[in-house]
Write a protein that binds this ligand. Structure first.
Ligand code: FE
Length: 237
């Protein structure tokens, strides 16, 4: 089972022992984690988040259930499916694609997708000559309204540094070997400017409608670390 954010923060507090703010609901954590955790030391950020959250709850300033509901919304409800619908629309509607490339935020807003971490989204188009790759070298800036919350690897130091130093190498390791004549453009996200990759519509999809096309679009393709796999000929007809 995938560990939840609550498990993660709980484990962070447990492994940190006395350095974390005590949380009555998690009093047993330390004892649950007496074994060695040399490879599993929580990050400074995780500890700070846990401490801050515990303090805010203790002082009655936030409600734990409300926090969980908020995170759940971005993890499971507002996710890459939003971005996939935007991409599929751009594939079937040239006028929409034009608006999307001219002003990502406004065109994405036509679907009602807007808000937190999406104030200025620029859409960059992949072609047979250009491949776009998105990273946030500084931290983890990401277009929440269309992709949800960033995956763990997107926030990791190796991806953040290597995506800029050796984008072709990163892509190759992730299974995308680009021909030498394809230019790779790396976009470094910031708190003000975020990016969404408009992947190429795969061959053999002329018969597919917008909804079926959206189902082909993956999160990784919209970050630019993968290509979209054309549908299997025999796929569930
Ligand atoms: Fe960032």
């Amino acid at each position: 089972m995938t560990p939840t954010r609550r498990d993660f923060l709980g484990a962070a507090a447990g492994a940190a022992g006395a350095t974390a703010v005590p949380d009555p609901a998690r009093a047993s954590d330390h004892h649950d984690h007496e074994h060695d955790h040399h490879d599993d030391v929580p990050s400074d950020i995780a500890l700070r988040v846990k401490s801050l959250e515990s303090l805010l709850i203790e002082k009655g300033l936030v409600d734990r259930a409300a926090l969980d509901a908020l995170v759940d919304t971005y993890e499971h409800k507002v996710g890459p499916r939003n971005g996939a619908r935007v991409v599929a629309r751009a594939w079937v509607d040239p006028a929409y694609k034009e608006r999307l490339l001219a002003s990502g935020t406004a065109a994405i807003g036509e679907f009602g997708y807007s808000g937190n971490q999406g104030a200025d989204i620029r859409v960059v188009e992949n072609t047979d000559k250009v491949h776009n790759l998105v990273v946030c070298t500084l931290c983890s800036c990401y277009p929440w309204p269309v992709l949800g919350l960033p995956p763990v690897w997107y926030k990791s130091a190796p991806y953040r540094s290597r995506a800029v130093i050796d984008p072709r190498g990163v892509l190759r390791e992730l299974g995308t070997d680009l021909p030498a004549d394809v230019e790779v453009r790396v976009w470094d996200s910031t708190a003000e400017q975020r990016y969404l990759v408009l992947p190429e519509r795969p061959a053999g999809t002329l018969h597919l409608g917008e909804e079926a096309l959206a189902a082909l679009v993956t999160r990784d393709a919209m970050i630019g670390v993968a290509k979209i796999v054309p549908p299997q000929k025999e796929a569930h007809a």
